[in-house]
Design a protein around this ligand. Structure first.
Ligand SMILES: NC(=O)c1ccc[n+]([C@@H]2O[C@H](COP(=O)([O-])OP(=O)(O)OC[C@H]3O[C@@H](n4cnc5c(N)ncnc54)[C@H](OP(=O)(O)O)[C@@H]3O)[C@@H](O)[C@H]2O)c1
Length: 192
């Protein structure tokens, strides 16, 4: 399974490393183009390559890791390509207000034919980058989604990456506790 990254900043880089370490080929993209990603590709090793956003969206599964105000621009050209695919949404809206729609719902509405699974958005990038094995335990990753098959696949991936996945149910169900500044945001939990 080839994994495409739309966004190769703090979160994209930390996650791409985890996927490569688990044996997944990755293709990373950003807004500045392939040349700007060469150092990161070298650091990630031979399972990694760089491409355009469209190239990343052609992968089997796609991780979305751009800032909130960059999402519409990043998804604009790749909506059709993402139809039927699992999109792991690691984003947060750091300007969110109490009345806002859940971030994952906003994204699902932009790519309605994709299977959006919210995951990897509650840990700080530096924590996500660290070893998921801690003592006798594993670092917890919360995930949620409205497509059971997609959620099962992402749950298996989370386990392969070395984390302990905790399924919080549907997107609307999980949002009030997993969004930025909500109770689980930033919590670095270890499952024994
Ligand atoms: N940082 C954290 O600790 C943390 C924790 C949890 C969740 N999050 C969430 O994760 C998301 C990413 O955060 P981050 O800290 O990784 O941000 P970041 O370091 O600013 O990285 C954003 C990435 O998105 C890329 N990008 C922008 N527009 C794009 C486009 N049109 N196509 C493809 N790539 C594009 C940027 O590329 P260029 O550099 O070339 O513009 C950059 O690689 C945000 O929604 C954030 O809220 C962050």
């Amino acid at each position: 399974m080839k994994v495409g990254f739309i966004g190769a900043g703090h979160i994209g880089k930390a996650l791409a490393k985890k996927f490569v370490n688990a044996g997944y080929p990755v293709i990373i993209s950003n807004s500045r183009g392939v040349e700007s990603l060469q150092a990161l590709v070298k650091e990630l090793g031979e399972l990694a390559s760089a491409g355009t956003t469209e190239d990343a969206a052609n992968a089997d599964l796609v991780v979305l890791a751009v800032m909130w105000d960059q999402i519409a621009g990043a998804l604009e050209k790749v909506k059709k390509q993402l139809a039927g695919k699992i999109v792991i949404d690691a984003t947060n809206n750091m300007n969110s207000g109490a009345d806002d729609q859940p971030t994952s719902i906003v994204i699902s509405e932009q790519i309605p034919e994709a299977k959006v699974v919210k995951a990897f958005n509650t840990l700080m990038a530096a924590t996500l980058d660290a070893d998921p094995a801690v003592g006798n335990g594993k670092r917890v990753i919360f995930f949620s989604g409205d497509h059971q098959d997609a959620k099962e696949t992402v749950g298996e991936i989370i386990a392969k990456l070395g984390f302990a996945g905790v399924d919080l149910g549907g997107l609307k169900q999980a949002s009030p506790i997993t969004e930025f500044a909500k109770p689980l945001s930033g919590l670095n939990l270890i499952m024994l």
